[in-house]
Write a protein that binds this ligand. Structure first.
Ligand SMILES: Cc1cc2nc3c(=O)[nH]c(=O)nc-3n(C[C@H](O)[C@H](O)[C@H](O)COP(=O)(O)OP(=O)(O)OC[C@H]3O[C@@H](n4cnc5c(N)ncnc54)[C@H](O)[C@@H]3O)c2cc1C
Length: 335
């Protein structure tokens, strides 16, 4: 493999039913920085059927070029179909780097593509950089249960692949930039796809996406019970926010997993994060440390969360929260 033949940063632009996934735009934002450092092109790779219109959004979010693979067989995601299409274009055009969002689809697709291209993949990355001289991607991810961060390079193979955690990077502001759209044909037959989608049944959940929330009131094991979560809901409601949780609270069955913050939950960066009865384990903090203002309520003044917090309240949430809520209500009435 001649490494010098490979160049450019590619981002898999994941769409579902014609809607671009936010993580793809976030990776384009970070991919732009990497491509600029290396002085190479940033390419978005868009697969689907009748999705060409989405190319515009990808260009406005930083791509220099959008490669559109439009094929009825790519209408819905299938491991076989998407892997074959991506590998065909990647083998022909030789990107230096290929990023994929660490969504359910990305976590399925990434390893398949990497194996078929005989290259390495760093999964679930949270920090990206490059060694400009060598052209090596430096992909960082939590390792050993989140107790340390490992930076992984793939110096001998190309493309260098990584899946990226949603919510970690910011998308670029929308701008009218110049970009090129190119439609690419791939040789894909019906019998290349071994799974047939017969019907898609969507689970209906009235769940708020905590990664979008501006104010989060999160509860941990210290909340004590499912019933006590209503105190957090009351605080969230007076603040105009949403509830979230630590893994311990989720494991207790007090709240749905969709609301979990942290390494194995979601990454959030709200304006205000109120941590109630949460100790501040490294795996939790990894998902909320970029919040603008962190308020911690904990009866243990030496809990690690108190060091991360901008405001630390030492006390029992059963006493602190009702008082906190009534003071905010009073302040609002006085306004
Ligand atoms: C691979 C791996 C991935 C993980 N991923 C995640 C993740 O994504 N998210 C996550 O959150 N965790 C994750 N964890 C678990 C993590 O290590 C901690 O176990 C977990 O975050 C602890 O949750 P907690 O803070 O709610 O509970 P605890 O650590 O038990 O803390 C409870 C806190 O509540 C306080 N408290 C108790 N009663 C009250 C009261 N009445 N009033 C006020 N304070 C009170 C206590 O002082 C204590 O600080 C992961 C662990 C591993 C190994």
């Amino acid at each position: 493999m001649n490494l010098a033949d490979f160049s450019g940063v590619w981002v898999f632009a994941e769409q579902r039913e014609g809607v671009l996934q936010k993580v793809s735009l976030e990776i384009l934002g970070e991919g732009r920085k990497i491509a600029d450092k290396l002085g190479v092109k940033l390419t978005a790779l868009l697969l689907g059927h009748d999705v060409k219109d989405l190319a515009n959004d990808l260009g406005k979010h930083g791509a220099d070029e959008v490669l559109v693979i439009d094929n009825p067989l790519l209408k819905n995601y299938t491991t076989d179909g998407y892997t074959k299409a991506i590998c065909e274009v990647a083998t022909e055009r030789k990107p230096g780097i290929l990023f994929i969002g660490a969504t359910f689809i990305g976590r399925d697709l990434g390893p398949r593509v990497a194996a078929r291209l005989s290259t390495g993949l760093t999964a679930d990355c949270t920090i990206l950089d490059v060694d400009v001289e060598k052209g090596d991607l430096l992909a960082t991810r939590p390792a050993f249960g989140g107790n340390l961060m490992a930076t992984i390079a793939c110096p001998d193979h190309r493309p260098q692949m990584a899946t990226i955690r949603p919510g970690v990077f910011s998308k670029l502001p929308v701008e009218d930039r110049e970009f090129k759209v190119e439609e690419v044909n791939v040789n894909l037959q019906e019998n290349d796809i071994r799974t047939k989608i017969i019907e898609i049944i969507k689970e209906h959940k009235d769940i708020i996406d905590i990664s979008e929330a501006k104010i989060l009131v999160a509860g941990g094991r210290g909340v004590g019970s499912k019933e006590n979560f209503t105190l957090l809901e009351d605080l969230a409601s007076v603040l105009g926010g949403t509830v979230a949780a630590s893994r311990a609270a989720v494991e207790k069955g007090w709240i749905d997993k969709e609301y979990q913050v942290g390494q194995t939950g979601k990454t959030v960066r709200p304006t205000i994060y109120v941590a109630c009865g949460i100790s501040g384990a490294i795996q939790h903090v990894a998902g909320m440390q970029d919040s603008e203002v962190i308020i911690a309520i904990n009866k243990d003044e030496s809990a690690p969360i108190m060091k991360v917090a901008d405001y630390a309240m030492v006390g029992d949430i059963n006493k602190v929260l009702p008082e906190f809520i009534s003071q905010i209500r009073r302040m609002k009435e006085e306004q």
